[in-house]
Design a protein around this ligand. Structure first.
Ligand SMILES: NC(=O)c1ccc[n+]([C@@H]2O[C@H](COP(=O)([O-])OP(=O)(O)OC[C@H]3O[C@@H](n4cnc5c(N)ncnc54)[C@H](OP(=O)(O)O)[C@@H]3O)[C@@H](O)[C@H]2O)c1
Length: 371
């Protein structure tokens, strides 16, 4: 594994581990989405519909008049969709409840282990018209190169490994894609590769860190330079495109990412200020200095930030098929609205970002180094 790949993946370690307007008179209005066209109602099976991204997909499918069946173990957010049929089972040798059933489309959200994806694709492909696998941009071998969907994928020497760690996550997802592709005919197979998925319901708190920290105001450490790029995808845009793929029978592989260079840290800062109305004084701390305090690009301490390097991941192929990216300001705004609905025991322990004492420590050291 290259060191750039290792650093890049480490920054997304939380992936492998996992798991109204808020005072924002200046926030942009949500951009009107085109009305969905009339569709054939579909029967959709969602493998993993109760985590973070699944519920957004389920709600979008229901909004369009489709019917949804859920498949999961019954451990996560059980009360979320009481009116939907839920088939209980474990992807680890527990697919019995799916045997003999047919659906128009399957959304595979919860596939991290190649054997699990192979088993479900083998069982379901003959009984559905579309199998859509949620993969990740972590599948690419060289995260610092200019990436499109045809870029080389990471591999793993021992293909029997099933333990998902920050190191195996990407190669295993690439292998999951391969195993599914061997079972599902090309014309009914779709792969979506999202980058950092952000928005209401995000359980990693990575992108959420920035608006939440900005809201506290005062001196705030910002990493690198204002021109450093950030690539994300809003979970609701991902959900819309996912259901579009089912409705419009879109096959193929698509990165789910805002265009490279379209969004920088200074844009994020302006968005965070606009949606919080907070008085914040940014202090830009160099990547090198942060690295010497174990908070550099690739450490994951300043989430979703990879310094100024990297040439970016292209999302053009999906955009050409109608993928719509809402303004990131809307994502930041809606995260705050959602966050304010959560219980204190959840909000008191954010899962990502600089802790206040660490931020103060680095800021003090940085200022001393500059004096
Ligand atoms: N978050 C990101 O930024 C990001 C970026 C790129 C790609 N992705 C991809 O997005 C997907 C993750 O989505 P998520 O965060 O919404 O879900 P998740 O937390 O990975 O999965 C949760 C869902 O899957 C079910 N599930 C988990 N393990 C299962 C098993 N062994 N058998 C049956 N059901 C199981 C859970 O229900 P039970 O617990 O009740 O079983 C729940 O419905 C993954 O494919 C990931 O690779 C995420």
């Amino acid at each position: 594994m290259t060191s750039s790949r290792r650093d890049f993946i480490k920054a997304g370690a939380a992936i492998a581990a996992g798991a109204g307007l808020t005072g924002c008179a200046e926030a942009e209005k949500p951009q009107a989405l085109p009305e969905p066209k009339a569709h054939q109602p579909l029967e959709i099976l969602v493998l993993g519909g109760t985590g973070f991204i699944g519920p957004h997909m389920v709600r979008e499918a229901l909004r369009r008049g489709h019917s949804v069946t859920l498949f999961n173990r019954g451990r996560t957010n059980n009360a979320l969709f009481p009116d939907l049929e839920t088939i209980k089972g474990d992807r680890n040798n527990g697919l019995d409840g799916l045997v003999g059933r047919k659906w128009d489309a399957v959304i595979d959200n919860s596939g991290y282990v190649p054997r699990h994806v192979q088993d479900s694709a083998r069982l379901l492909a003959p009984n559905c018209d579309r199998y859509l696998y949620i993969s990740t941009v972590a599948v690419y071998e060289d995260p610092m190169s200019a990436i499109d969907e045809d870029s080389p994928l990471a591999t793993i020497d021992d293909e029997t490994i099933e333990k998902v760690t920050w190191e195996t996550y990407g190669p295993l997802k690439a292998l999951c894609e391969k195993r599914a592709a061997a079972e599902v005919p090309e014309e009914k197979f779709t792969i979506l590769r999202p980058t950092y998925i952000c928005g209401p319901g995000d359980r990693t708190d990575r992108f959420s860190y920035y608006p939440l920290r900005t809201r506290k105001g005062g001196e705030m450490l910002w990493p690198g330079t204002p021109d450093d790029p950030m690539q994300i995808v809003d979970v609701r845009d991902l959900a819309n495109f996912t259901i579009d793929c089912l409705d419009r029978r879109i096959s193929g592989t698509f990165n789910m990412v805002n265009p490279p260079g379209s969004f920088t840290l200074s844009d994020l800062l302006e968005d965070c200020k606009a949606v919080t109305g907070a008085e914040v004084e940014p202090v830009w701390v160099s990547a090198e200095f942060l690295a010497s305090h174990e908070a550099g690009p690739g450490s994951g301490v300043l989430p979703c930030w990879h310094g100024s390097g990297g040439r970016g991941v292209s999302g053009d192929r999906a955009i050409a098929k109608g993928m719509h990216h809402r303004p990131e300001r809307e994502t930041a705004r809606d995260i705050l609205t959602w966050w304010d609905t959560l219980p204190e025991e959840r909000t008191s322990q954010p899962r990502a970002g600089l802790a206040a004492d660490k931020e103060a420590e680095i800021l003090a050291a940085w200022k001393e180094s500059q004096s």
